[in-house]
Design a protein around this ligand. Structure first.
Ligand code: BT5
Length: 323
């Protein structure tokens, strides 16, 4: 997005903040124009765009604009004011096919590192290996365009780093029991609540871009997937914009740390292993074609992000309990 686009979204965020602050008293178009240093016509355009996005705003000549309700959507202008992470450029916030596909299209047009696409619903959400990610309303679907100066072999760390970011974010939002399932899932006690799909465009020895897409079950709605876990079951209904901001703050902090560490997973080994499910248990790791790659006791991860199973360091595969 252009810097003019970002400025406009920042202003839209300030219009929303002013409407919220005014409450049932309302705020006049003139006062908004003065506060934001924009024309009355520009205020009118922001109000129209907000209505289009699902905000209910009453406007009367006497009281001005009164915000009656706001939609629960991960909208850029709701997220920016809560973002501590530097350099994120946010897009979307509504329903889409797949945020990974949208992010890939932006990356191909040259989108910068930490460009983010958000959605509250996906019509064609993707899991790994052609599987489906069930993506009804109430979830948070988010994809980052990343341009690390890493070797292609180091990119797999990002699955683990995003998982760790989701774990930290869930804890910040009040969830106590969160587990990592190597390489790309995050579980609550009730079941899977997050999965991450990495897609990469690379040459033999250099990465062009990585799309790190993650789906989180936030608010349980009527189309919830049976057997999976939802944040709202443990900590109540959540604002998708707040969850997105907390998540981006955590993921970007870890991503920046990974860069500073020269793209080594070493700084994260202890924390990742601490929260890894199946440690100490007898597991079986299978290749994509179902054949067995390693069997034995899961011991943790190493500085390359590999899962240690018996004496084998496994770089990729599906892990299940043995027996
Ligand atoms: C994953 O695949 O877990 C990666 C999911 C990545 C989704 C994000 S959403 C934003 C971005 N845009 C996309 O289009 N995708 C990414 P995998 O390990 O293959 O797990 C898929 C399996 O998880 C399915 O076969 C189901 O068994 C299960 N599953 C599907 N939807 C789920 C959900 N909402 N909650 C819990 N489990 C689910």
């Amino acid at each position: 997005m252009s810097s003019a686009g970002q400025l406009s979204e920042a202003r839209r965020g300030r219009v929303v903040a002013a409407l919220r602050a005014a409450g049932s008293q309302g705020v006049s178009g003139e006062a908004l124009a003065t506060e934001l240093n924009i024309s009355r016509a520009a205020v009118g355009k922001h109000i129209a765009a907000l209505r289009e996005a699902g905000y209910v705003i009453d406007s009367t000549p006497g009281a001005g604009h009164i915000l009656q309700s706001a939609p629960n959507l991960p909208l850029p202008w709701e997220i920016y004011p809560q973002l501590e992470a530097q350099g994120c450029i946010l897009h979307g916030g509504f329903a889409t096919g797949s945020t990974n596909d949208d992010a890939k299209a932006l990356a191909r047009q040259g989108a910068a590192d930490k460009t983010v696409v958000l959605a509250n619903k996906q019509m064609a959400g993707k899991g790994r290996l052609g599987r489906t990610w069930v993506s009804p309303e109430g979830g948070l679907y988010l994809s980052l365009v990343l341009r690390p100066d890493a070797f292609p072999g180091q990119v797999a760390h990002l699955s683990l780093i995003v998982g760790l970011g989701v774990l930290r974010a869930a804890r910040k939002l009040g969830v106590e029991e969160v587990y990592l399932k190597w390489p790309n899932d995050v579980f609550l006690s009730e079941g899977k609540f997050c999965g991450t799909l990495l897609e990469m465009s690379a040459q033999a020895d250099c990465v062009d871009f990585v799309i790190a897409g993650t789906g989180i079950n936030v608010n349980r709605g009527q189309d919830a997937l049976p057997g999976s876990a939802y944040l709202s079951d443990l900590v109540g209904e959540q604002s998708l914009a707040r969850v997105a901001a907390v998540l981006l703050n955590e993921i970007c902090a870890l991503y920046d740390q990974w860069k500073v560490a020269g793209y080594s997973f070493l700084p994260f080994v202890a924390e990742y292993t601490e929260h890894l499910s199946l440690v100490g248990q007898d597991v079986c790791v299978r290749r994509m074609d179902g054949s067995i790659l390693a069997e034995g006791v899961a011991r943790g991860v190493d500085e390359n992000g590999c899962l240690l199973v018996g004496k084998t360091a496994v770089i990729a595969g599906d892990v299940t309990l043995r027996g």
